[in-house]
Write a protein that binds this ligand. Structure first.
Ligand code: DGL
Length: 259
């Protein structure tokens, strides 16, 4: 069982930022990644639609023999992980905006959070925010249009720069010292974010924490692959492979599938 792959899914290419962290921390693990790019963005869909797509994605990864599922999408985690855990009998790891470390460490008592509408309107996000943000000015911003631009290969574009400047200025005006990236697509914006934000603002994303949690849960279930062998990395997309291949580099091939 430990040789079976870790299954990872996202609405699109963003979860590859999580896959990179998992591959770094767990180099013996085989992985299967599913990008549901033909249905991206998930962030504008209803909770029920997100649940239905997440169940379908999980089913695909389980049919391929996954021993554990990483929901590499904040929107799917905050809307569907409860349902996934009650439907399937494998361990699930999710990702949520890291509002807790930002709120505990802020000096200016102002933190920014950039995420999808689906994440910011979820019950799970509200519960976490209410728990940790007492006395802190949390500036929430829906990142409308960002996922679409990344999915169409326009990470480093003038459109993206203009969009981000508009979203971040109110946060800069409110004197934030932490920006929480609440979507797994957003780590790919790091160069632009660093360019736009004042140097005093720290950017938090949860990718490395998700990889550590994956390792801990595999260990707990005796599922860690401890034998070094030739590792397999399989990538599937319901969209076009080119954008994902350009993010992964030329060593990796992405296969198109219809679900
Ligand atoms: N990567 C997804 C997330 O973390 C993007 C959601 C979307 O497709 O809108 O939320």
């Amino acid at each position: 069982m430990s040789k079976q792959p870790i299954g990872i899914f996202d609405s699109g290419v963003g979860g590859t930022s999580i896959w990179k962290e998992i591959q770094l921390l767990l180099p013996n693990e085989n992985t299967i990644y599913l990008a549901d790019s033909s249905n991206a963005p998930y962030g504008t869909k209803t909770k029920q639609q997100i649940i239905d797509l997440s169940i379908r994605n999980t089913q695909f990864l389980l049919n391929k023999g996954s021993k554990l599922i990483v929901v590499a999408c904040n929107t799917a985690t905050t809307n569907a992980i409860k349902m996934l855990r009650s439907t399937f009998d494998v361990p699930f790891i999710g990702i949520e905006p890291a509002i807790k470390p930002a709120s505990l460490n802020t000096y200016t008592k102002a933190v920014g959070i950039l995420a999808t509408k689906g994440t910011l309107s979820s019950e799970l996000f509200h519960t976490t925010t209410n728990l940790y943000s007492n006395g802190i000015n949390v500036i929430e911003q829906v990142g409308d249009g960002i996922v679409e631009l990344i999915e169409s290969g326009k990470i480093h574009s003038e459109e993206m720069e203009a969009l981000l400047k508009g979203y971040l200025q109110p946060m800069i005006d409110a004197n934030i010292d932490y920006l929480v990236l609440g979507c797994t697509h957003y780590p790919y914006l790091m160069p632009l974010l660093l360019q736009i934000l004042p140097k005093s603002v720290k950017i938090i994303d949860s990718g490395a924490a998700v990889a550590r949690q994956t390792k801990a849960i595999l260990h707990q279930h005796h599922l860690l692959n401890t034998e070094p062998s030739k590792t397999s990395y399989d990538f599937y997309t319901t969209g076009t492979p080119q954008v994902m291949e350009s993010l992964l580099g030329e060593d990796y091939k992405v296969q198109h599938i219809s679900l």
